[in-house]
Design a protein around this ligand. Structure first.
Ligand code: ADP
Ligand code: ASP
Ligand code: MG
Length: 630
């Protein structure tokens, strides 16, 4: 794996903030309390005590709260009893009421303790969002009213998760489920707070979800890049958009338990960046274009679709000390599938030798010669990537990249996506053209440095894997027989983007069938399960027009991922993950990697088991067990 090292918030900052947790300073702090933290009257009183203690120590405190307990789920259920497909405006009207209850109660509890306080809805603050009901992004936050009340010595208690479409329309909007974290960090950025605390029902960010693995361990510090991946891959402890804002504005963020005084987990980012507070969540989606022309691809075609295959291949590659960059495994065709990976050109001969030695072993059960695994090597390829935290949840960004490459007549051979980066493997001859077209399309005029080579000594030496996440809310779509020519990915993902459907794990098969002289490949990708049927219908309706084959949908999948910036230049990480799955006879249906994550799709029923065995394989389990409060 190759990764760019992101400089962290320096340790003196951490020291300063850790010290400040005993509330000796005079700081502006935004504290966010999640649903369980305000789930009952007792909890609200306990939260009020914590807030008032911080205020009495001389700090200015803005509190952002979620709805009590499972209130929002209850409201969603109520709506479902009335309508199968409720109007999104009315959903916002309904769901935003949950937070209005808790801000009033928290404010009352503070007043009861003698602490002046005032509650404000999103509209009263002036949290202005896009006019996109149920998934609005924050455009800007008016800070005057909050500041005025802070100057009066009040704690300001703001409703999370909600905003208003514009000062004129006064339409209530919500930010999407789990959005109170995003409200809190956005308010902290707008107020230029000293830091933002996210109080929840776990002691901080753990190596995985303690509800599934009670031996999960606390991580004391994690970079925004790593957390962005974890959050978007299923770790619901933080809303990915909140991490994005913290990263963009260099806002120090800490996740802590509202039950204890333990220090929690710091989410670190680069030093504070000057960035406009206008269009807070929708400013430039892409920060830079990167490229690397020193890559080569090795593909194994027709390897058996059974547990252990990826583990033996990458196990052998790791034993030869070869570091692989991107890995993809496409969905099966018959009872075989294709695995492809990229390496730095100088190690290609070694990688190719391993693949060539292992291919006959993998395919040896076949009597049919034509069915044997085959090794394909390609040199002179380049990886070109667009990167930027602003692309999260914006499917149009990847689609625009693919369309831009198509317009420049660049064919895409492999695609790798992560929340904050899309990389395409293309021919090296086309790299300059591709970079120029992308810079123009995304309006980036700064010179593009080539991706730095793998450092000899990785900058982050400790554990390569920081966390493991499980996402059981994804479904897989596969389109068989898609034409392999420039423009195909652009069209397909443009269509999905037009319907606001975000796509993850895009994989094209390496195998190519020639139909009427046109090369055809399969393409598979995952989408959120709630979007899956609509996406399938929409794509089926277009299939004839675009000459696609079957559009297949599999809802019963789970995606399990490992994340860690320490994968940099450490051969063997992927092999260890695959081996853990193989030992437990769990078949890998798809593999996709980015620089700091590896994701595997397995069957839904094996998801939790897969998470547990991978967590154990990387030695992440601690001796203590976490019990999450009910
Ligand atoms: P809140 O209501 O405070 O926003 P959430 O339920 O949204 O809380 O998020 C906290 C939950 O996230 C935890 O109870 C835990 O089950 C889950 N979780 C998933 N992955 C992780 C992880 N890596 N670390 C900590 N918690 C996690
Ligand atoms: N109450 C909202 C939800 O349950 C927002 C949040 O809690 O973050 O999704
Ligand atoms: Mg939450």
């Amino acid at each position: 794996m190759v990764a760019l090292f992101t400089p962290c918030c320096t340790s003196h900052l951490l020291h300063k903030f850790t010290q400040s947790l005993d509330f000796t300073g005079f700081m502006l702090i935004v504290q966010k309390y999640g649903g369980t933290s305000v789930g009952s009257v007792e909890r609200i009183v306990s939260v009020a005590q914590r807030v008032s203690q911080a205020a009495k120590a001389g700090n200015s405190i803005v509190v952002v709260v979620s709805a009590m307990g499972k209130t929002t789920d209850g409201l969603v259920k109520l709506a479902a009893e009335i309508s199968k497909n409720p109007c999104r405006r009315e959903m916002d009207m309904l769901l935003s009421t949950g937070e209005q209850v808790s801000i009033a109660l928290v404010s009352m509890a503070l007043q009861e303790l003698g602490q002046p306080a005032i509650s404000l809805t999103g509209a009263q603050v002036g949290i202005v969002t896009e006019a996109e009901h149920t998934r609005a992004r924050i455009l800007h936050i008016q800070t005057e009213r909050i500041k005025k009340h802070l100057e009066e010595g009040k704690v300001v208690v703001v409703a999370g998760f909600q905003g208003i479409s514009s000062s004129n329309a006064l339409e209530i909007t919500t930010l999407g489920r789990g959005g109170s974290d995003t409200s809190a960090v956005a308010i902290a950025a707008a107020l230029q707070a000293d830091y933002c605390e996210i109080y929840t029902d776990v002691p901080g960010i753990l190596t995985t979800d303690p509800r599934l693995v009670p031996e999960a361990q606390l991580i004391s510090e994690i970079t925004c890049d790593e957390m962005l991946e974890l959050a978007s891959l299923g770790a619901k402890v933080l809303h990915p958009r909140a991490v994005e804002i913290a990263r963009n504005y260099g806002m120090p963020l800490v996740v802590r338990s509202s039950w204890t005084d333990d220090p929690g987990t710091w989410v670190t980012s680069s030093q504070n960046k000057e960035r406009s507070l206008i269009n807070l969540e929708i400013a430039r989606p892409v920060d830079n274009v990167q490229y690397d022309t020193d890559q080569a691809k090795v593909a194994l075609l027709r390897v058996p679709d059974k547990p252990g295959v990826a583990a033996s291949l990458f196990g052998e590659i790791a034993r030869q000390d070869v570091d692989v960059d991107l890995i993809i495994q496409s969905i099966h065709e018959g009872n075989t599938n294709d695995i492809a990976f990229t390496v730095f050109t100088p190690v290609l001969p070694k990688a190719e030798a391993v693949a060539a030695a292992i291919a006959p072993v993998l395919g040896s059960h076949k009597s049919n010669q034509a069915e044997e695994a085959e090794v394909m090597v390609q040199q002179n390829i380049a990886k070109v990537s667009i990167a930027g935290a602003g692309m999260i949840g914006r499917p149009g960004v990847a689609a625009k990249m693919f369309a831009t490459l198509a317009a420049a007549s660049v064919n895409i051979q492999m695609i790798s996506t992560s929340e904050i980066k899309v990389s395409c493997v293309i021919s090296a001859q086309e790299c300059d053209r591709a970079v120029a077209a992308l810079k123009e399309a995304f309006e980036l005029d700064t010179p593009t440095p080539p991706t730095p080579p793998i450092p000899l000594t990785p900058p982050i030496p400790p554990t390569p894997v920081r966390g493991v996440a499980l996402d059981i809310n994804q479904a897989r779509l596969a389109i068989r027989q898609v034409q392999d020519r420039p423009g195909t990915a652009g069209k397909l993902f443009g269509l999905l983007a037009d319907h606001n459907i975000s796509v993850d794990m895009i994989i094209q098969s390496q195998r190519c069938h020639i139909v009427n002289g046109v090369p055809m490949r399969d393409i598979a990708f995952t989408v959120a399960r709630i979007d899956a049927e609509a996406a399938q219908k929409m794509l089926q309706a277009k299939a004839a027009e675009y000459g696609w084959g079957e559009v297949a949908l599999d809802q019963a999948i789970a995606k399990v991922s490992i994340v860690g910036a320490g994968m940099v230049g450490q051969p063997g990480v992927a092999a260890k993950m695959f081996a853990a799955l193989a030992q437990h006879h769990i078949n890998i249906q798809m593999i996709a990697t980015s620089e700091i994550k590896i994701s595997c799709v397995v069957t839904q029923e094996e998801g939790v088991k897969a998470l547990q065995v991978i967590h154990a394989a990387f030695g992440l389990a601690g001796s203590e067990k976490f019990i999450v409060p009910v």
